[in-house]
Design a protein around this ligand. Structure first.
Ligand code: IPE
Ligand code: IPE
Ligand code: MG
Length: 241
């Protein structure tokens, strides 16, 4: 397809790692490891297409309901791969930012994330938003608490609060999501970026995340290009009016 439309902000709900492993008779941990590996390759590819922001949902506030073994394996992937992730981001000039609640995360995880954020803070063209221990409800609640505090302390005139100012109180002040991709065939949002996805185009491929490769992203882009994004308006040039 020619003249592909390139979304500015792509959100990825990384799903199906466990099923990918189970299908092959492997422990779920192998699926998480394969998923993690896939994120790097896919990220480089997506940014090279001209996308400016990627938000990746890697661990939700609800994922703490899983077994201690599975949770600590996922946490360990992040800390264990920290050096590799940092080298990759520096090579590709990717700025990494974090969205999520730091409570419930170990100091090792927090240090790892903060170090990657610090070391990549000066890159400007590509931003990778790691959503880890992230929930859209907690994000909205945390933003609301900060707004109330700033209002009580006289730092914010509540009459001036609008969408733009509200956005600044979220974990990260990012542009809205244009394209949301959730792998594995599940068609739900599972508490991800409710504010930021208000006008996102949703795409739900059946592919399990470790198998979601460059050609699958190309299909997502073709699908996105064919969407008519109206934002509530009407293009009268195309109508009898
Ligand atoms: C996504 O894969 C990764 C996380 C949610 C942490 P899943 O672990 O949810 O994989 P499935 O959905 O069980 O296949
Ligand atoms: C959503 O996937 C969270 C992440 C991808 C990090 P889940 O697999 O946890 O979501 P549900 O339980 O199917 O809604
Ligand atoms: Mg899942």
């Amino acid at each position: 397809m020619e003249n592909l439309k390139i979304p500015s902000h792509v959100a990825l709900i990384v799903d199906g790692n466990g099923r990918w492993a189970e299908k092959q008779g492997l422990p779920r941990s192998k699926g998480h490891a394969a998923g993690f590996q896939n994120i790097q390759t896919l990220t480089a590819y997506i940014f090279n297409k001209g996308v400016k922001y990627i938000s990746a949902y890697l661990f939700s506030t609800e994922n703490f309901k899983r077994s201690e073994k599975e949770v600590s394996f996922i946490m360990g992937l992040l800390t264990g791969k920290a050096k590799e992730i940092l080298e990759f981001c520096k090579k590709e000039k990717i700025k990494v930012v974090f969205s999520g609640r730091k409570e419930n995360l170990t100091s090792k995880i927090i240090e790892t994330i903060e170090n990657i954020e610090k070391e990549t803070a000066n890159f400007t063209n590509k931003t990778f938003n790691v959503c880890f221990n992230y929930g859209a409800h907690t994000e909205i609640i945390d933003a609301t608490k900060k707004i109330v505090n700033d209002s009580l302390n006289g730092k914010l005139d509540i009459d001036l609060l609008d969408e733009q100012i509200y956005n600044k109180y979220l974990y990260q002040d990012l542009p809205p999501v244009d394209l949301l991709i959730r792998t594995s065939g599940e068609q739900r949002i599972s508490n991800f970026m409710l504010w930021q996805c208000s006008y996102a185009e949703f795409y739900f491929p059946e592919t399990l995340f470790p198998d979601f490769k460059e050609k699958d992203f190309d299909l997502a882009l073709e699908n996105y290009t064919a969407r008519d994004r109206r934002f509530g308006g009407i293009d009268y040039a195309k109508k009898n009016h």
